[in-house]
Design a protein around this ligand. Structure first.
Ligand SMILES: Nc1nc2c(c(=O)[nH]1)N[C@H]1C(S)=C(S)[C@@H](COP(=O)(O)OP(=O)(O)OC[C@H]3O[C@@H](n4cnc5c(=O)[nH]c(N)nc54)[C@H](O)[C@@H]3O)O[C@H]1N2
Ligand SMILES: Nc1nc2c(c(=O)[nH]1)N[C@H]1C(S)=C(S)[C@@H](COP(=O)(O)OP(=O)(O)OC[C@H]3O[C@@H](n4cnc5c(=O)[nH]c(N)nc54)[C@H](O)[C@@H]3O)O[C@H]1N2
Ligand code: SF4
Ligand SMILES: [Mo]
Length: 738
């Protein structure tokens, strides 16, 4: 029990007089980020990937309030409602304050940590003995610090013998990762936020910046060049309303659209031949491929007039500094990788990359989506190495002091394959950390049926009330942002600090300490003896990154990150720079063998579910408001945020469609797909095109409707297209949930 006591002391304050009198003896000590009783410390926000700096105001070393950091280079004194309210979810009444175990009468009952850890070990080991080591898998997240992600990935694969583990970043960033890797030779978003201020043409594709990355929108507002702001989105979003040009194309017609634009640029001679010649491969093949994308064809396929196509091409041509930005309207598509590459191709062929105000720029989603891309040990070996490459395995094993045989020689299954694996009887145990699968996975009822088939499901979360926690066999109570130490990496590759400014509730422990305890109980603690604190792990990750494109070996320690206001990767040893914003590819050299970027393209494919007579509408889903975060486990705990968004699920529909079906504003309707039927309130609005609908993802029934279709290269789910029908509710069918 010794080690546990230390952890409780570290997490929640002293348990015993002995600890109180001599904290140093236990080596872990409680936070004091700052020693004076009333002070301020700074850290980055724990919600989205913008990564705003927040000043946390402390009383007796505990957070009492916060305000946006005026000196941080990301947000320059601004924050959105979630940031302002970031502390309130920590105090919620449904925090998991003790481990829970499902009892024979099917209820979650509190247990102590020692029992929980023994059960974790016994159950997973028994499953592995019976069905093989790879029959236990994990699903992780873009929302824990990178030191915890690395620890989880290393522990699961090198310590517990798992082979398969993926994260919610599959739902989110997988497409951008694959697109960049194939085109640039490395998963490398090239931009820095200053590019928003330096562009004169900003093209936002499938990105509702005002809602999803509000402070990046504020950065655009600081642009003094009176930029053209172009929004390509089937909906007239908040961002589109504020744009100077709008392209409300038909959903999933983007690939045809951007090939059409590329063809016009070539036809008009508006391309940068010298850039193409010196820094790229495959342009001739690409231009040949574009021949059939005539303005007539593209206009027909996208619903955008030929004049508008020429207007967009001309705007790109006239721009001195053109930047292309994309988010989920691109990544979450059945052909997302090729679509992202169609934007990369446009930047390359017009030479709009590696210069201020330019770039083919994927914006990430979660606070640490990029940390997960680099260090989660899921789809690539720790630090963007390759499980399939013997030299990479040797390198990582040597740095970690491991026997190389502990490193799997195969790639992990993707999220959807892990889920399918349950159905096929190949995955029998699952450990879910900081993601709410039962709510957020596509075709929710399918995954929820499969979760029941598992022999053992462990969920590690801050709350015992999440949809996934409620079906767990074992629930491990975790602390959250503000209750632990580590780093996040934001969209512009900036590593920022997260600090412990609040005590853990009850016996909750940081994910980091949970992993340490599991290692001990499993019997592989020896392998991780160097992994004693987040900052020690940071030092290990520096060594692993050395020599890779994302080298951070020159970052001395946490204090240096604090002093610098966050540090962007790469930051190799010997780099002496005071620059606060750095972009990639300024020398025109990419991470491929011949240092050239590659044009990649293929023919557009039909989406897997097309509206029919029975299901005549196409349903889009996404973010609803700047005050709602995903499955709402955190944002619904804030009384302030709750006033800023609709409490009940709603469906946006064009008023003409509403009238044709006798649907009145604010009336309840059924929305039905081939997979399920839900109730929603009709919100009639001309911002939605005829034949289309939109439902925010934040309500727990939305994903009952979505269709499990995936990009073939990235295996990212296509959340933004499924065929549905809508019916007026004549009378309540009482047994159904809304
Ligand atoms: N307030 C808030 N902010 C968030 C989040 C949150 O939950 N709440 N989540 C964070 C995360 S993890 C992410 S990934 C980001 C997501 O950020 P965004 O991607 O900006 O958000 P979404 O609303 O999912 O999707 C963006 C747009 O894609 C459009 N779209 C749908 N289909 C198509 C299509 O075929 N073509 C085109 N061009 N567009 C299409 C939708 O109409 C929508 O407006 O937001 C992050 N920020
Ligand atoms: N229909 C539809 N579905 C979608 C999308 C869409 O656009 N449309 N978008 C997809 C995208 S882009 C994303 S990123 C996913 C997000 O989907 P999820 O990852 O399922 O969403 P969250 O609500 O953020 O879940 C995070 C969980 O981690 C817990 N948590 C928070 N911090 C910590 C911590 O420090 N430690 C631990 N152990 N737990 C913690 C929270 O309480 C919560 O239960 O949803 C996807 N689903
Ligand atoms: S924009 Fe994102 S990082 Fe900034 S305060 Fe809002 S949620 Fe936090
Ligand atoms: Mo996401």
């Amino acid at each position: 029990m010794g080690i546990l006591k230390q952890f409780f002391y570290q997490e929640s304050g002293p348990l015993t007089r002995e600890l109180l009198l001599d904290p140093g003896k236990f080596g872990l000590g409680m936070v004091p980020a700052n020693s004076s009783p009333d002070a301020t410390t700074t850290m980055v926000c724990g919600y989205c990937s913008v990564g705003c700096g927040l000043r946390i105001h402390l009383k007796n070393n505990e957070a009492v309030n916060l305000s946006p950091d005026t000196d941080y280079p990301v947000n320059l004194g601004m924050a959105c409602p979630k940031g302002w309210e970031a502390l309130s979810p920590l105090k919620a009444a449904d925090r998991a304050t003790t481990p829970y175990l499902r009892s024979p009468d099917n209820k979650l009952k509190p247990i102590d940590w020692n029992t929980a850890l023994n059960i974790f070990t016994q159950r997973f080991k028994a499953i592995q003995e019976k069905y093989g080591a790879e029959s236990v898998a994990f699903l992780s997240t873009g929302q824990i610090v990178m030191e915890e992600m690395a620890f989880l990935g290393a522990l699961a694969k090198f310590g517990l013998g798992m082979v398969h583990g993926d994260g919610n970043t599959r739902q989110c960033m997988a497409t951008a990762v694959v697109a960049y890797k194939q085109s640039f030779g490395f998963d490398a978003p090239p931009y820095t936020y200053k590019d928003f201020e330096q562009s004169d043409v900003i093209i936002l594709v499938g990105s509702n910046l005002c809602i999803a990355h509000p402070i990046l929108w504020e950065r655009i507002c600081k642009n003094l060049n009176h930029p053209e702001i172009i929004v390509v989105d089937p909906r007239l979003t908040e961002t589109a309303m504020a744009a100077t040009q709008r392209y409300p194309l038909l959903p999933k017609s983007d690939l045809s659209f951007f090939y059409g634009i590329a063809r016009i640029l070539i036809e008009k001679g508006w391309v940068d031949h010298s850039y193409i010649e010196n820094h790229t491969n495959g342009f001739n093949e690409f231009s040949k491929h574009l021949e059939s994308f005539t303005p007539d064809r593209v206009s027909k396929e996208t619903g955008i007039s030929k004049d508008k196509l020429y207007q967009m091409a001309e705007t790109i041509h006239k721009g001195q500094r053109v930047s292309f930005w994309w988010t989920m309207g691109v990544n979450q598509s059945h052909e997302g990788v090729r679509l992202a590459q169609s934007l990369i191709n446009l930047a390359l062929m017009t030479g709009n990359i590696g210069k201020p105000g330019t770039g083919a720029n994927s914006i990430t989603g979660q606070c640490n989506a990029m940390g997960s891309r680099l260090y989660s040990n899921t789809t690539n070996l720790l630090g963007c190495h390759d499980f399939l490459n013997a030299l990479d395995r040797e390198k990582v094993a040597q740095i970690l002091g491991l026997d190389v045989s502990r490193i799997p020689q195969v790639n992990s299954w993707a999220y959807d394959q892990i889920i399918e694996g349950i159905g096929a009887g190949k995955i029998k145990g699952l450990w879910v950390i900081a993601t709410n699968t039962s709510h957020s996975w596509i075709h929710q009822s399918f995954v929820n049926e499969l979760l029941k088939e598992l022999d053992f499901l462990v969920v590690q979360d801050m709350y015992y009330t999440t949809e996934t926690a409620q079906v767990a066999d074992l629930l491990l109570p975790a602390t959250g942002w503000g209750e632990k130490e580590g780093c996040f990496i934001n969209s512009e590759r900036r590593i920022g600090r997260v600090k412990k400014v609040a005590k853990a509730p009850g016996q909750a422990l940081s994910d980091f300490n949970i992993f340490r305890l599991i290692a001990e109980h499993w019997g592989c603690g020896e392998l991780f003896k160097e992994w004693s604190s987040p900052e020690h792990v940071f030092q290990i990750l520096k060594r692993i990154s050395k020599g890779t494109p994302a080298d951070i070996s020159g970052i001395r320690d946490y204090a240096m990150i604090d002093e610098a206001g966050g540090i962007q990767w790469p930051y190799p040893e010997g780099l002496e720079t005071k620059e606060k914003e750095r972009r990639l590819f300024e020398d025109g050299r990419y991470y491929t063998k011949d240092s050239k970027a590659q044009f990649i393209f293929s023919d557009p494919q039909p989406m897997s579910e097309i509206p029919s007579q029975e299901y005549p509408f196409l349903l889009l889903t996404g973010r609803g408001s700047s005050s709602q975060w995903h499955t709402q486990t955190r944002t619904k705990k804030s009384e302030v945020l709750k006033k800023l968004y609709p409490q009940q699920i709603y469906m946006e529909m064009n008023p003409e469609d509403g009238e044709a079906r006798g649907i009145k504003p604010n009336s309840w309707v059924y929305v039905e797909s081939r997979r399920g039927k839900i109730k929603a309130k009709a919100y009639l609005t001309p911002t939605i095109q005829l034949g289309q609908l939109f439902i925010p993802m934040h309500y727990h029934t939305t994903n009952r409707l979505t269709n499990p279709s995936f990009d073939p290269y990235s295996r990212q789910p296509s959340y933004k297209a499924c065929a549905v029908n809508v019916r007026r509710i004549e009378h309540w069918e009482g047994d159904e949930e809304e």
